[in-house]
Design a protein around this ligand. Sequence first.
Ligand SMILES: [Zn+2]
Length: 259
Amino acid sequence: MSWSALKTEAIVLTSAPFREADRRYSAFTRDFGKIEFIGRGARRGKAKLAAHLEPFAIVDLEIIKGRRSVTVISVERKHAFRSLMDNIDHRIMTQASLSLLDRHVRENDHDEILYNNLLDWMYFLDSQEKISRKLQVLLLGAFLLRLMQHLGYEVALENCVSCKQGILPLSFRWHGGRGGLVCSDCVQKEPEEWFAARQILEESVKILRFARGADYEDVAKTGFETTHVEDFARIVHDLMQYHLPVDSPVPFWQGLQIS
Ligand SMILES: [Zn+2]
């Protein structure tokens, strides 16, 4: 076993008190995927490491990976996302996305594409002046759709989940458990099979497609109606319940509404 120190860039995802004076951290690194470690004495205030282990920054970590655990020996802050630190709305949104990522990504799974996606997302949020409540829900939903797609749960929005034919306007239903849209022909042919497929608005499909594919900047400029964005949010929550490995009883937008 090698004890040599490794350097990597990282974003701290979450941290929580651990034992009497320590904190347990979870960070997403460019080179090793998600890692978890304990910050010794992080709560006594004497630890220099803790000061730089804030979640709204890009940091350089020096770590020693043991057989069972990771030890962090130095932290250097590379970039601070100022508006994510200073603006309460931005901070809540970032915290929500970081903890969702933490819950749904396994440890030690190197994934540089996801790491870069996370950086893009944080730079985008940091660049925004003010994000309305409706837009917060839409953007976080878009982030989640992309996360699910990246983790292998691609929602069928263009073609029928059953017969794979292209979906025509006004002739489809929605089945979250089966992963997307089903065409009216399939529903008619096998009504028992598609009993649970429900109606979904054309507008909601439009938002789903847009939220998944467009740049965040363009998503931020849209003027979708609140009721349609709410329907979109319910659909994303529905998909998460079915397809993400960790059960999420609390809807993703809940924390956003109360601030
Ligand atoms: Zn079909």
